[in-house]
Design a protein around this ligand. Structure first.
Ligand code: CO8
Length: 259
């Protein structure tokens, strides 16, 4: 895959996507969003990829949507821009494999929203999070009002969005916005280690679990339980379920085939 703003490295079932537009702190313009969309579509289809890690080059993960592109937009154009970002982040949230955000620096506005669309967030001690939109005269537009509230709770989401104040990695950890915080030089290894652990499990079971969590969290508990029952029973149609349980009973490690 050749992209102007993305570097994609794949090995051993793990694809690493690096957003590489460091001069503008990886700000998301429509060209970059279209590349992310195409890239994640391709990774979702790629049977050799089990887990994706996304990170940013330089001192930012993503410092938001591109303000210079947004400034002159009319309402209909703004709607189209928001839709492009939302469709791309929905794709990430709903794709069949887990995505880990390795947040290396600024994750502001659309950058925080990108991290929120990922399954798991690991932050460098240098990471900074925030939804600065109301300071620019806009609301979050790539899903921030919805996913931030679902991730950290309504009260904290309102505080972050209304005040437009940035927070550091330790506060992001305290409020449950990130799963863990590591030293900057350990970020890559920490994300890869988690990706390898996930990739070592039965990939269809991981994929069904992701779908059950992502779809179930939007539903009432009864619907959520129905979704889980379907996911659980579907696993019994896989070879990996037979192998995983057989291996346990034979006191050996499972050899999963992803089937
Ligand atoms: N858009 C465009 N350019 C940016 C952005 C951005 N979001 N962020 C940084 N840049 C550019 C700067 O303009 C600067 O460019 P240049 O060198 O040409 O002057 C370069 O990146 C480096 O930035 P700074 O010199 O400002 O670097 P600092 O280290 O001094 O500051 C900050 C870093 C604090 C991250 C600062 O750059 C900043 O505050 N950036 C803006 C952060 C922000 O407000 N992000 C939210 C944007 S709005 C958004 O994301 C909405 C998403 C939904 C959109 C829906 C559309 C309808």
């Amino acid at each position: 895959m050749d992209f102007k703003y993305l570097i994609v490295d794949s090995a051993d079932g793990i694809a690493k996507v690096t957003i590489n537009k460091p001069k503008s702190l990886n700000a998301l313009n429509s060209e970059l969003l279209k590349e992310l969309n195409a890239c994640f579509h391709a990774l979702d289809e790629d049977e050799a990829v089990d887990v994706v890690v996304v990170t940013g080059e330089g001192k930012a993960f993503v410092a938001g949507a591109d303000i210079s592109e947004m400034q002159p937009l009319a309402a209909a154009e703004a709607y189209a821009f928001a839709k492009l970002g939302m469709d791309t982040f929905m794709l990430i949230e709903h794709m069949s494999k887990p995505v880990i955000a390795a947040v290396n620096g600024f994750a502001l506005g659309g950058g925080c929203e990108l991290a929120l669309a990922c399954d798991i967030r690991i932050a460098s001690e240098k990471a900074v999070f925030g939804q600065p939109e109301v300071g620019l005269g806009i609301t979050p537009g790539f899903g921030g009002t919805q996913r931030l509230a679902r991730t950290v709770g309504v009260g904290i989401a309102k505080e972050l969005i209304y005040t437009a104040k940035n927070i550091k990695a330790d506060r992001a950890y305290e409020i449950g916005l990130v799963n863990k915080v590591v030293a900057p030089e350990e970020l890559d290894d920490a994300a890869m280690e988690m990706a390898k652990t996930i990739a070592g499990n039965a990939k269809l079971a991981v994929s069904y679990a992701k779908a059950a969590i992502v779809d179930g969290i939007q539903a009432d508990i009864h619907t959520g339980m129905d979704i889980e029952k379907s996911a659980f029973s579907l696993c019994f149609a896989t070879e990996d379920q037979k192998e995983g349980m057989k291996a346990f009973l034979e006191k050996r490690g499972a050899e999963f085939k992803g089937q």
